[in-house]
Design a protein around this ligand. Structure first.
Ligand SMILES: C[S@@+](CC[C@H](N)C(=O)[O-])C[C@H]1O[C@@H](n2cnc3c(N)ncnc32)[C@H](O)[C@@H]1O
Length: 298
């Protein structure tokens, strides 16, 4: 499979018929620009493996046998395939926590990137999946991909601020943020998820967060913030903002140990982006955690 043609199309907000709120602040304009320009090989070459394009990290043990012997002429390709497998495994774990989603239910992917998790969600549940991203390039890419797959009647990306989503109150059976909650105020974010979710609906996030036990954000966490132009929240802030917005944690899972093998492998590949050391050091010194939180909307 080859990288998709990114020619812009007009389907970004197809069928909406109403003005959709785009970036609401100069900061959100910056983030939209960042993701419009983002074309790191580490994201695109991994997505090319099977057409699921992710902008998140991986979890699980590395299959050492799948990498071939040291010096294997195909090693780089095998490392890419393995990193991609771990990233899809991460999305699978998120989907595992959505609960039973009926085929006529609707799912919301807030900060959907190039749409890999949305495609996986539709393939698993057979239902409608709505994604929002600040980036028109990402939305076009995701919409083009689902057209190629013939599932565009079910899966759609829109350019939209996830703090002001174009969905009716109580409409969603479940919603999630996969590594996208560090771009917004958590109270505003969870108030909006709480609004679009039905009572009894499930919210799931997988995110990096700083560990209050460490004290304050470490220098590594500050480096990650600067690299991605984001604002990593603490574990405490997540739980507090959920409690304030009718989201009651049903599971809090520390995925830090499960993501380390991914980072160790990624640091050895030719696709390094320079931020690997900050992730490895902050996970190892306990200042940063990779967390899944699943919460019920009550
Ligand atoms: C690290 S990427 C994650 C993409 C995707 N969830 C995945 O797992 O591949 C962060 C995403 O958050 C989106 N984002 C950040 N702030 C947003 C906002 N206020 N509204 C909508 N999307 C936002 C970006 O446009 C980008 O798509």
């Amino acid at each position: 499979m080859t990288t998709l043609d990114l020619t812009p199309d007009t389907a970004t907000d197809a069928g909406a018929g109403t003005a959709i709120p785009g970036p609401a602040t100069p900061y959100q304009d910056d983030i939209a620009r960042y993701w419009d320009q983002e074309a790191r090989p580490v994201n695109l070459r991994l997505g090319d493996v099977d057409g699921l394009y992710h902008h998140h990290y991986g979890i699980g043990d590395v299959d050492v046998a799948a990498l071939g012997a040291p010096g294997d002429s195909e090693r780089e390709k095998k490392v890419i395939t393995e990193l991609h497998r771990l990233e899809s495994a991460q999305a699978d774990v998120l989907l595992d926590h959505l609960g039973d989603v009926p085929r006529d239910g609707m799912l919301v992917d807030a900060g959907c990137g190039r749409g890999g998790s949305m495609v996986m969600a539709h393939q698993r549940f057979g239902c409608r999946v709505e994604g929002v991203t600040l980036s028109a390039k990402q939305a076009d890419f995701a919409n083009q991909r689902v057209r190629q797959l013939g599932i565009d009647a079910y899966v759609r990306s829109q350019v939209c601020n996830m703090l002001d989503m174009p969905f009716e109150t109580g409409q969603a059976a479940a919603s999630w943020n996969n590594e996208s909650s560090m771009y917004v105020d958590l109270h505003d974010l969870f108030a909006e998820h709480s609004r679009v979710l039905s009572v009894g609906g499930r919210y799931v996030t997988i995110t990096g967060c700083w560990n209050p036990v460490y004290g304050q954000p470490s220098k590594w966490v500050s480096q990650i913030n600067a690299h991605f132009e984001c604002n990593i929240h603490s574990r405490r802030e997540y739980l507090r903002a959920m409690a304030d917005n009718r989201l009651v944690p049903q599971a809090v899972i520390d995925l830090t140990a499960a993501t380390l093998p991914y980072w160790e492998l990624r640091a050895t590949s030719s696709l390094v982006t320079g931020i690997e050391e900050a992730f490895l050091n902050s996970y190892r010194d306990g200042s940063f955690q990779y967390l899944l939180i699943a919460a019920d909307r009550v």
